[in-house]
Structures are given as C-alpha cells and as structure tokens.
Design a protein around this ligand. Structure first.
Ligand SMILES: [Zn+2]
Length: 151
C-alpha cells in the first residue's frame, strides 16, 4: 500500500509516513466496509450494553466485541465512546470497580435517556431489517416464488 511517487509534496510524505505508523485497526477503519457498516454495528452493541446495570468500559467492551468476531484496538474504540458521549447518548460515570486497570477504564459509560430513545429506534429498525434481509435462504430458488422460507 506504500506509495513512492516522486511527485508528492513533503507534507504528503509526512502524512504517508504517519499513516504507515498507525495501527492495523486504524487502517481497517479506512476500509469502506468497516467505516460504512461495522462501525454502526459496534455503536449498537455499545448502546445495548450501556443500558445494562454495570454499564460499559473500554477494555470490557473490546473483549465483548471480540466474542462477536470484531477485533478493535483501544485506539479505535475510545474515540467511538467519546463521540457517542458527545452526542449525549452515553454518559461517563466514575467506576467503583477494582477491575478497571487504567485511568481510562475508570470511565464507565451508561446510557442516557437520549441514548435509550436511539436504541429503541434502532431495535425497531433492526427488527424490520432482519425480517427482510436476515433470513435469506441459503439457496434461493427463483422458481418457488411465494414459498415462505423456514422460520
Ligand atoms: Zn454485545
């Protein structure tokens, strides 16, 4: 992915060198699939878990998302949490848990009333979307129009 064209300005070269040093996760954020779709999934997960009693904190959320097959670095997750807090969907509270290893993790996020509204809208949208897209038969049979798939 490295470009070595001679016609680049020095600032472009600086930016290029900088991006070469960024983490794999940050590079993945530039993947259109990640940016356009997965990012949204992660935010939905965060809202969902922020609604739970214990709330969410960074390392726990990274662990949780890894169970779903998503590998995020702290450098990817923390800005998402910060942005969601700026939107007013989640709110940082001080952790009383001794599990939190770093000072960053002292920040536990809980859902706000505005976030709960967003989550409710998302749940309706997800149910609607899943109803149509989520149950696509493994082998579509075009000749069997009108035949309902199982479930
Ligand atoms: Zn989850």
């Amino acid at each position: 992915m490295r470009q070595t064209k001679g016609d680049r300005t020095s600032s472009e070269a600086d930016a290029s060198a900088k991006s070469a040093r960024t983490s794999a996760a940050t590079r993945r954020m530039s993947d259109p699939f990640v940016r356009e779709f997965l990012l949204t999934f992660w935010k939905i997960h965060i809202l969902h878990h922020a609604e739970e009693e214990r709330g969410v904190y960074g390392m726990w959320m990274i662990e949780e998302l890894s169970h779903h097959g998503y590998r995020l670095s702290p450098g990817t997750l923390y800005p998402i949490l910060t942005r969601m807090a700026q939107r007013g969907w989640i709110k940082a509270v001080e952790s009383t848990s001794s599990r939190s290893a770093s000072s960053r993790d002292a920040r536990v996020y809980r859902i706000t009333p505005a976030g709960a509204d967003v989550l409710e809208r998302l749940r309706r949208a997800l149910a609607e979307l899943g109803g149509e897209v989520g149950h696509r038969p493994a082998k579509p049979k075009p000749s069997k129009a009108g035949h309902s798939p199982k479930r």
